[in-house]
Design a protein around this ligand. Structure first.
Ligand code: 2U9
Length: 345
């Protein structure tokens, strides 16, 4: 019996050592240590042994079981570790593969133009100031020399919330608010960009909402020549050093005198084409010296202080700069339109 147990031990250990996977190892465990296995079988024959031999054989059988069991455990750990290593090797990531490109968006063409204009004026020492889109009648009209009966109000019909509160029709109230904050003291040098609203029927050149960028300078000895020099610098920086500007007389209730500024047409070089409607000039913005009434209404002594102001529409500038033919493109969120500006990022 002892011989048989030793034989079984050698046989089992040999099989365990030869096992190549966990399934095989489990089969060996069941075969040798299971209830129907050869060791149990041997133990069943112990009844035939003498009383002295029985415990000796029992101890030997247990020892054999223990040895086989330990060897199986060790082999199991070895096979499990090998399986993990094999899995890791199979899953190795090739870090030299090119990454998948992340789809990046781009700025809206209006944002690009507005930021470019802001940067130009920041470079000339201006500060950017913003204000509310829901405005009072006082700041939107009255403080800008447009009393309730003024005929120029007709051109700026708005969306009214109450008789006294409306969606602003221009960004000028931001300048009026800034002047009142400064309590009659100069200097002020600001750029006010923002969205404005007018009651209008949308078409290729009109939109009920659009952007404006206005500028205001108030100080002592501010003259028309300062305005002209500023606008000339701005036009050359934005459209090219080869551009000429011209000022034409105009009318705005908040400036006196008032002008409109044109730039020479780059397409035809001034000889006349469809872009400049045969004139050689393209209208860009309106401007003028701040009306004394406007200065006084916001607390400035118009004998001591003077100022200039200007206003432009970024949509018009973007349309000229990028050759866009319909203002509605800016507000209809067609990705095919917007994507075209990624190359300008
Ligand atoms: C204050 C004093 C003066 C702002 C000005 C213009 C001329 C002008 C238009 C251009 C195209 C608006 O977008 S547009 O329709 N603007 O022509 N704006 S002077 O004058 C001011 C503003 C505020 C206190």
């Amino acid at each position: 019996m002892e011989e048989r147990l030793k034989e079984l031990k050698a046989e089992a250990l040999d099989k365990v050592d030869q096992a190549v996977n966990l399934k095989e190892l489990n089969e060996i465990r069941v075969a040798y240590l299971g209830k129907k296995g050869p060791i149990t079988e041997v133990l069943r024959g112990m009844g035939k042994l003498s009383a002295e031999e029985r415990p000796k054989m029992g101890a030997l059988a247990n020892e054999v079981r223990e040895i086989i069991s330990k060897r199986i455990e060790a082999k199991q750990s070895e096979l499990e570790e090998a399986a993990v290593l094999e899995k890791i090797a199979a899953e190795t990531i090739d870090v030299t593969l090119p990454g998948r490109p992340v789809k990046a968006g781009n700025h809206h063409p209006l944002t690009k133009v507005i930021e470019e204009i802001e940067d130009l004026f920041i470079g000339m020492g201006y500060e950017i100031v913003e204000g509310p889109e829901v405005e009072t009648d006082y700041f939107n009209f009255e403080a800008l020399n447009l009393p309730k009966s003024h005929p120029a109000r007709d051109m700026q019909d708005s969306f009214y919330i109450t008789d006294e509160i409306l969606l602003r029709t221009q960004t000028s109230p931001v300048q009026a608010r800034t002047m009142q904050k400064h309590q009659g003291k100069g200097p002020i040098k600001i750029i006010c960009p923002g969205k404005v609203y007018r009651r209008d029927n949308d078409d290729a050149t009109h939109s009920h909402q659009f952007m404006q960028i206005e500028g205001l300078v108030v100080g002592e000895n501010i003259r028309m020549s300062d305005l002209k020099g500023t606008l000339d610098t701005f036009a050359k920086k934005l459209f090219g050093e080869d551009r000429e500007i011209r000022l034409r007389p105009s009318f705005f209730p908040f400036t006196e005198p008032s002008v409109e500024m044109d730039i020479s047409c780059k397409i035809c070089g001034g000889t006349g084409c469809s872009i400049c409607k045969g004139t050689g000039w393209i209208e860009i913005l309106g401007a003028g010296m701040v009306h004394p009434n406007v200065l006084e209404m916001s607390g400035y002594d118009s004998k001591k202080y003077t100022g200039f102001a200007f206003g432009m529409g970024p949509e018009r500038i973007a349309m000229l700069k990028y050759g866009i033919d319909d203002i509605r493109h800016f507000y209809t969120d067609d990705v095919r339109f917007l994507k075209q500006f990624s190359k300008h990022e």
